[in-house]
Design a protein around this ligand. Structure first.
Ligand code: GUN
Length: 294
């Protein structure tokens, strides 16, 4: 069994991005600029945003954070987004989700200029990705693809079972893995809450992508010998032994599953660090005008 060290790969890629930023600046260009919009004070969103700002610094990017109170109206938020769309000094931006209940998330996503949508959530980017055109691809599935690529994991002709059908992970990773390409060329099965025979399907999988937010869902009896396991789960579970009172739990029963795998990602330190690095990669593509040509 080989551990997929997302944290280590993320550090390598950050170094590569920082080197490219240095050469852009040495050639008289300016640093890529990522802006983030944060509404309210959700604990998870606050910590994601803090990590994103810190990673921008490590990559040599400029970053700015626009914070709004929970009580902001949808129109006010959309006006702020239009400001970012029109700001030539901002290469890309994200609106941290989830948003308060009185705001229509989809309307907000659609207000973002798709050419600055480094989260890859705008329908134009989603559609372009589905038909294999250059676009911004969402960060978590892109991070998984980078891990498969860097570990040279064979995906061609493999049966990949995706657990979860979210717009952020399940649907886009299924799309990416079925595309022609390397990584890619998989036969993909997507399982969700209405799938009756999940265990059986998992037992047939060469690769399992677990992205359902259910701690310890994938157990040893669901895993074929030699399978590749990618754990996207990041649920906060109570842990009185930790000073902060919680720890992150993945969707895989790691201790019992790992001995049966060829490769497995840990939680934390697997997919998580790659997500932020993918966002940095998208921002670099936005700043250099490469998103729609690569
Ligand atoms: N909330 C959880 N994941 C994400 C993400 O990748 N982007 C944004 N904008 N919000 C999120």
């Amino acid at each position: 069994m080989q551990l997929i060290e997302g944290k280590k790969i993320a550090e390598q890629i950050k170094g590569e991005i920082a080197a490219e930023v240095q050469s852009i600046i040495a050639a008289g260009g300016r640093a890529p600029h990522l802006a983030g919009v944060l509404v309210g004070h959700d604990g998870g969103s606050e910590s994601y945003m803090t990590s994103k700002v810190k990673t921008c610094e490590q990559c040599g990017f400029k970053s700015s954070l626009l914070r709004f109170d929970e009580s902001i109206t949808q129109d006010e938020l959309i006006a702020a987004i239009q400001g970012l769309n029109n700001d030539k000094g901002v290469d890309g931006f994200i609106v941290q989700l989830p948003l308060p209940r009185h705001i229509d998330e989809q309307a907000v996503i659609e207000a973002i200029d798709y050419r600055k949508d480094v989260d890859g959530f705008h329908p134009i980017n989603v559609g372009r990705m589905a038909i294999g055109l250059p676009c911004f691809k969402p960060a978590t599935p892109s991070g998984i693809m980078m891990l498969l690529e860097r570990y040279k994991i064979e995906t061609r002709g493999k049966h990949c079972v995706v657990l979860g059908r979210s717009n952020i992970v399940g649907k886009p990773i299924a799309t990416m893995l079925m595309q022609k390409g390397n990584p890619g060329n998989c036969t993909v099965t997507v399982c969700h809450s209405a799938t009756p025979n999940i265990k059986e399907l998992c037992r047939q999988a060469d690769i399992i992508i677990a992205a359902l937010g259910h701690p310890g869902f994938v157990t040893a009896d669901m895993v074929k010998e030699g399978a590749v396991i990618i754990d996207v789960g990041t649920t906060r579970v109570e842990d009185p032994t930790r000073e902060r009172g919680w720890r992150l739990s993945g969707d895989v029963d790691f201790d019992n599953v790992a001995p049966h795998c060829s490769y497995i990602t840990p939680v934390p330190g697997g997919v998580g660090p790659m997500t932020i690095v993918s966002l940095m990669h998208n921002t670099l593509l936005a700043a250099t005008g490469r998103a729609y040509t690569d």
